[in-house]
Write a protein that binds this ligand. Structure first.
Ligand SMILES: [Zn+2]
Length: 277
C-alpha cells in the first residue's frame, strides 16, 4: 500500500463521531473508524463508512491507547458487518476528541499514531476539537482534522511530526443502520465509564462524608448524561423517525405509480401485438 491521498468520511459516521466527541466536555473520548482502503495511481483513498465507540481505559490526559482486547473484539464485529453488508470492511483508523484544546495532534498522539502505522501504513487518525469558545462572541466551534505520523527531523526534540490528510465528507446510506446502532451504544459506554470511576473511587477505604460526596458526584454525572445526552439523542431519533416515515410514504407512492405505469404499458403492448397479428 502507498501513501494516503485523502479520507472520505461518510456523513453518518461523521455524525456518530461528533456526537461522541460532544458527549464529554472535560475528558477525551475515543473510537475506531471502519471502512475500506482503495488504491489509486495517485495514492490510497481511505473510506470511513462506520465507527465504533470505545471505553477509555486510561483516563489520563492524551492517553487514548486501544487495548489488545478492544481491538480483537472490534475485529470480530467488523467481520460480522462485512458479511452483513456483503463487502470488504476493516478497521482503517481511530478517532479521539480534544475538548477545549486545538485540533492539532499532540506529540503523544503522533507517537501513538506511529505505532498503528507500523502495523498498517494506511491507518489514519481523526481528531475532533470541540467546546472551544470564542472569547469575544462566546460562540463555540467544532474542528476536525485527519493526520498521519512521519519521523521528525534529526534536530527536532520530538520523535514524530504529523501530516494533515485532506478529508471529504460525503452522503452515504449503506451503513446507516450500523451508525444508528453505534449512537444507541454510546450512552451505555458513557454510563459504564461513570460506574467504573465510581467503583474505583469507593474501592479504597473512605469515611462516610467521602462516600456521600462520591455518590453525589456520581448521581450528578448520571443526571447530566440524561439531560445533556439521552434527551437530545431521543429528540434527534424521533425526528429521524418522522423523516424516515415520510420517505417511506413517498417511496410507497412512487412504487404504486410505477406499478400502475407498468400495467398500462403491458396492456398497450398486448394490444399492439394483437393488432400486428
Ligand atoms: Zn490528542
Amino acid at each position: 500500500m502507498g501513501s494516503v491521498r485523502a479520507v472520505v468520511l461518510e456523513a453518518d459516521a461523521h455524525y456518530a463521531c461528533l456526537t461522541h466527541a460532544l458527549s464529554n466536555e472535560e475528558e477525551e473520548v475515543m473510537g475506531l473508524c471502519i471502512g475500506d482502503v482503495v488504491e489509486t495511481e495517485a495514492g490510497c483513498d481511505v473510506y470511513v463508512t462506520a465507527t465504533m465507540s470505545l471505553r477509555r481505559l486510561d483516563k489520563r490526559k492524551d492517553r487514548v491507547e486501544i487495548s489488545v482486547e478492544q481491538l480483537s473484539n472490534a475485529s470480530t464485529k467488523v467481520e460480522e458487518m462485512s458479511l452483513q453488508h456483503g463487502k470488504r470492511m476493516r478497521i482503517v483508523g481511530w478517532y479521539h476528541s480534544h475538548p477545549k484544546i486545538t485540533v492539532w495532534p499532540s506529540h503523544v498522539d503522533t507517537d501513538t499514531q506511529a505505532v498503528y502505522q507500523m502495523m498498517d501504513d494506511t491507518f489514519i487518525g481523526l481528531i475532533f476539537s470541540c467546546f472551544n469558545e470564542d472569547k469575544s462572541s462566546l460562540e463555540q466551534s467544532v474542528h476536525v482534522t485527519c493526520f498521519q505520523s512521519v519521523p521528525a527531523s534529526h534536530q527536532s526534540t520530538v520523535r514524530h511530526d504529523s501530516i494533515a490528510i485532506p478529508i471529504v465528507i460525503t452522503h452515504g446510506t449503506e451503513t446507516r443502520q450500523h451508525n444508528s446502532a453505534a449512537l444507541k451504544e454510546l450512552p451505555k459506554i458513557i454510563m459504564q465509564e461513570e460506574c467504573d470511576m465510581f467503583r474505583k473511587a469507593n474501592s479504597c477505604k473512605t469515611d462516610f462524608m467521602t462516600t456521600l460526596h462520591n455518590s453525589s458526584v456520581h448521581v450528578q454525572a448520571l443526571s447530566k448524561l440524561n439531560s445533556h445526552f439521552l434527551l437530545p439523542l431521543l429528540k434527534v431519533t424521533a425526528r429521524s423517525n418522522l423523516t424516515a416515515k415520510k420517505r417511506l410514504k413517498d417511496v410507497t407512492h412512487e412504487n404504486e405509480e410505477l406499478r400502475r405505469k407498468v400495467t398500462e404499458l403491458q396492456a398497450e403492448m398486448k394490444e399492439l401485438l394483437r393488432t400486428a397479428e
